[in-house]
Ligand binder design. Structure first.
Ligand SMILES: Nc1ncnc2c1ncn2[C@@H]1O[C@H](COP(=O)(O)OP(=O)(O)OP(=O)(O)O)[C@@H](O)[C@H]1O
Ligand SMILES: [Mg+2]
Length: 371
């Protein structure tokens, strides 16, 4: 299959064009499809017509080798192709129910919610679960984890793997972490991801957070449309990669407590919600004390539903499992606590203060976007 993907397997693409393309970060036939003719012309300096021809050839080639479906197909074929879609269990019954079995490949799933709602924990948990064998709800695949906020924690992977009785070292070995330092770098990482995805049998791509760097770098009204354009480019590429390489993509996005206020007012064109329009599934996480609520929003075939889950050592967890563990811990603590009083409430009130502070910061952020 790798042979089929070589650029020079395309008729009319010789060594010169191949070099031009690989200098621009386009390494195989899939990459041509992912980037599209306009961008290929832009990054290589070739004529738009030539770029179009090459991309069309690439598409034709992939159709012939059975890697892409034809342009006009019967619904039965679409249905058949959907049977190839893999699902990754979330490791919990409640979220699996919400996702009707798990996170799908060939699709972009956006996870949005306020800070601390569990987006990163969810991404960590899936990075472990995707490695499980197919018989246990995984895809026996690797992970490409694009970390833009420096919140990837191998320690969390270790404890999640242990909780699921997997060998932590092996699990860590199959997660490729790419730390992105700015939005242009984040985009570049994705542009160069093709060969990494192939070589490591990547079945899950995480971008945590997809929007954070863009939001931080482009402030104020003047830069808003520029930001949206760049973000749009990034998110579309992510979704095309998921489709072409048959892997699942998760993009996280932080928002304020209210679901309506997503990335500015969603009904306003300049603020537009690029991620929302591109993602196939959107899931909204909300804090409710120590519990978390997940709601499926805007799915083409899932009912709009809500479930309650918890966060713990095993990452995202079913409430019953988390409660079992806490009961054990609190009975141990109770004897200890007779001597020292009040620590838990202290933590809780500290948490509350942080909630307040961050909400204030968020509304500043929003105001500056809407100026
Ligand atoms: N080892 C752990 N055991 C139990 N709960 C944990 C553990 N680690 C993290 N958590 C829980 O996860 C929460 C943080 O979740 P997470 O980092 O996924 O939030 P987030 O949605 O990514 O937030 P942000 O928008 O700030 O990135 C903590 O408040 C805590 O409740
Ligand atoms: Mg996070």
């Amino acid at each position: 299959m790798v042979e089929d993907l070589r650029l020079d397997s395309l008729e009319g693409v010789g060594p010169v064009t191949t070099r031009k393309l690989s200098d621009a970060g386009v390494h195989n036939v899939m990459d041509l499809i992912v980037r599209g003719p306009v961008e290929i012309a832009e990054i290589t300096g070739m004529e738009k017509d030539t770029a179009e021809k090459i991309v069309n050839k690439a598409r034709q080639h992939l159709v012939e080798t059975g890697l892409l479906s034809r342009d006009f197909v019967k619904a039965t074929e679409v249905y058949k192709r959907r049977q190839d879609i893999g699902k990754i269990t979330t490791g919990t019954n409640c979220l699996d129910t919400l996702f009707d079995g798990g996170i799908e490949t060939q699709a972009l799933t956006e996870v949005y919610g306020e800070f601390g709602s569990g987006k990163t924990q969810f991404a960590h948990t899936l990075s472990v679960m995707v490695q499980k064998p197919k018989t246990e709800g995984g895809l026996d695949g690797g992970v490409l984890y694009i970390d833009t906020e420096n919140t990837f924690r191998p320690e969390r992977i270790v404890s999640i793997a242990q909780a699921h009785e997997m060998d932590p070292e092996k699990v860590l070995d199959r997660i490729i972490v790419a730390r992105a330092y700015n939005s242009a770098h984040q985009t570049l990482i994705l542009e160069e991801a093709g060969p990494v995805i192939e070589e490591n049998n990547i079945k899950l791509i995480v971008v945590d957070s997809a929007v954070g760097l863009f939001r931080a770098e482009y402030l104020g009204r003047g830069t808003l449309s520029n930001r949206q354009q760049k973000l749009n480019h990034f998110v579309h590429m992510l979704s095309r990669i998921a489709e072409t390489y048959n892997c699942a993509a998760i993009a996280t996005n932080q928002v304020m407590a209210s679901p309506d206020v997503f990335f500015g007012d969603p009904t306003r064109p300049i603020g537009g919600n690029v991620v929302a329009h591109t993602s196939t599934y959107r899931i909204y996480f909300k804090k409710s004390g120590k519990k978390r609520i997940a709601r499926m929003v805007d799915s083409p075939h899932h009912p709009e539903e809500e479930v309650i889950f918890a966060l713990g050592e095993a990452g995202v967890m079913d409430l019953e499992d988390a409660e079992k563990k806490t009961t054990k811990k609190t009975t141990k603590k109770a004897t200890k606590k007779e001597k020292e009083s009040e620590p838990e409430t202290a933590i809780e009130s500290a948490e509350l203060e942080t909630v307040q502070a961050t909400e204030d910061a968020d509304s500043d952020d929003l105001e500056s976007l809407e100026e």
